[in-house]
Write a protein that binds this ligand. Structure first.
Ligand code: DC
Length: 232
């Protein structure tokens, strides 16, 4: 039987505009937006809260077996998805550059990757999602119908992230942010398991000179123009 597995994956380095683009595209397609980075941030947050020794696989296993991560649509006027960890709304604590660095560190651990990949695949089992992350097109949903890799220069990405944080009233050192972005890209690209890279069948879009709306339109048109049919 020919079944359409309607999954869009959007991977790329931090600050490339993935979140905004993914959210807008999901809304246009009436798909669910799956922010996989928020899940890695949630695990990083809980490791810090519970003072987990990342070198102790027993401690980590226990945390992963017990943790409940729920992603809910953003509140009115907010951009980011709401993240509940064990029933508690921790979203605001997850969006700091420091938590991004810790999430990147936690994300190299095979136990963490296996657990979150499984959870993401369960969420996407019935399709109709736009998944955003580093490995959604390569590892989590290799059979996704539409794959994109969103890139931009590190300077532009640092500037965008700085503007985002400033709009939330935070003080930002843009040079420090740029250094963190370069370091995090390096860590994400060079790790052995599920490194950040474009899937061989992904369309790479460089958003350096593009507005968010233009990127979304490019993706939307590509999706409308291509068929989505696989034998299951
Ligand atoms: O997209 P983000 O900045 O919220 O992601 C935070 C970190 O989580 C990122 O530096 C690497 C990790 N991550 C990952 O390894 N795989 C994903 N699919 C998503 C995020």
């Amino acid at each position: 039987m020919s079944v359409c597995k309607r999954i869009v994956t959007i991977d790329g380095p931090s600050g490339g505009g993935k979140s905004t683009v993914s959210r807008m595209l999901a809304a246009q397609l009436h798909f669910t937006y799956l922010d996989t980075g928020a899940m890695y941030r949630a695990v990083a947050y809980q490791c810090r809260e519970k003072d987990i020794d990342l070198g102790e696989s027993g401690q980590l296993e226990a945390l992963l077996a017990a943790i409940r991560i729920e992603l809910l649509p953003p509140e009115a006027g907010e951009d980011d998805v709401r993240v509940l960890v064990d029933g508690q709304d921790v979203g605001r604590n997850l969006r700091t550059p420091e938590m991004g660095m810790l999430a990147s560190k936690v994300s190299v651990l095979p136990l963490v990757r296996a657990s979150l990949t499984r959870l993401q695949q369960q969420i996407g089992a019935s399709g109709q999602i736009v998944a955003e992350g580093r490995d959604t097109g390569t590892v989590v949903f290799p059979d996704a119908a539409w794959k994109f890799f969103l890139d931009a220069s590190s300077q532009v990405r640092a500037h965008r992230r700085a503007e985002q944080l400033r709009s939330k009233g935070e003080m930002v050192d843009e040079q420090q942010l740029l250094a963190q972005i370069i370091q995090r890209d390096k860590d994400d690209r060079e790790r052995t398991i599920a490194p950040l890279k474009a899937a061989s069948d992904a369309l790479t879009i460089d958003s350096t000179g593009l507005q968010v709306e233009e990127v979304v339109r490019l993706m939307y048109e590509k999706i409308l123009l291509s068929s989505c049919c696989r034998e299951e």
